[in-house]
Design a protein around this ligand. Structure first.
Ligand code: BTN
Length: 259
């Protein structure tokens, strides 16, 4: 991918700016700096390679050159979006699902926002907020997609099984079209942000629904439950083996199927 082709491919989307890098540290870090410096709503940072890509919980996110998608969108939350900031990362996951479904694949969302194919992760979403005087001035929505096999990290760097789109689709894919599809799905779902349809579609795409999973918080404490669905605020609702309902809030939570 190069800047000229990206601009051409995205020309009919209402993006307000584009910064493209052959190599950068982290598109989220670049976008955060740009947001602080006045980037408009829907400004996009895109890179062929990241040298310090970040995942959730300070994990490293690998983006080798030319085999993945790594991009970050600056979003200036509208007044009606401010109360649902934690849902922005789900917006990214939903958009990726729709784009990937158009390839004939069947993605699922591992709550809150990892995207899986055949129970293996191929996409992660990282939302960072810029706060000004206790108000969310902007949200940087970073999306990383493993496209070609060389984008899949070695097993010893993984904390959940991983895959890539080309292995799942069994053919090579055009990263530029995929980027376009994801961004246009993202704009579509942003118009429906936090609506009943948004929540229902997210819930229908949840991985492990009806299955037993273990949810483990940062402190290492684990709970087992059957995945039921989502609460209105996006937290996950489960049913314990004893039959009581409990919810898990956003935060650094690891979710694993119990086999
Ligand atoms: C995760 O699954 O832990 C989230 C991974 C998010 C990776 C993307 S790649 C583009 C953007 N830049 C980053 O440094 N991280 C996000």
């Amino acid at each position: 991918m190069n800047e000229h082709d990206i601009r051409k491919s995205l020309s009919d989307l209402p993006l307000q700016g584009l910064r493209f890098y052959e190599q950068t540290s982290s598109t989220n870090d670049v976008a955060l700096a740009w947001a602080t410096d006045g980037a408009l709503d829907l400004s996009l940072v895109c890179a062929e390679e990241q040298t310090r890509g970040r995942g959730r919980g300070s994990r490293h996110w690998l983006t080798p050159p030319g085999v993945a998608l790594a991009f970050s969108l600056v979003v200036r939350p509208k007044p009606e979006e401010v109360s649902s900031l934690p849902l922005f990362s789900a917006l990214g996951a939903l958009a990726v699902c729709e784009a990937v479904e158009s390839l004939g694949l069947h993605p699922e969302i591992k709550w809150p926002n990892d995207v899986l194919l055949n129970q293996r992760k191929f996409c992660g979403v990282l939302a960072d907020a810029v706060w000004l005087a206790e108000k969310a001035d902007s949200v940087v929505l970073g999306i990383g997609v493993n496209v070609a096999p060389a984008s899949v990290p070695p097993p010893d760097e993984l904390n959940f099984p991983a895959t890539c789109l080309e292995s799942e689709a069994g053919r090579s894919l055009d990263r530029l079209s995929l980027l376009r599809e994801i961004l246009s799905a993202l704009l579509y779902w942003r118009a429906l942000f936090s609506s009943d349809l948004f929540m229902l579609t997210w819930e229908q795409r949840l991985a492990f629904r009806g299955q037993l999973v273990e949810v483990r918080g940062e402190a290492g404490e684990g709970r087992i439950g059957q995945v039921e669905g989502l609460e209105r605020d996006g937290s996950l609702r489960l049913c314990s083996p004893g039959g009581s309902t409990f919810t898990v809030q956003f935060g650094e939570v690891h979710l694993r199927p119990v086999v």
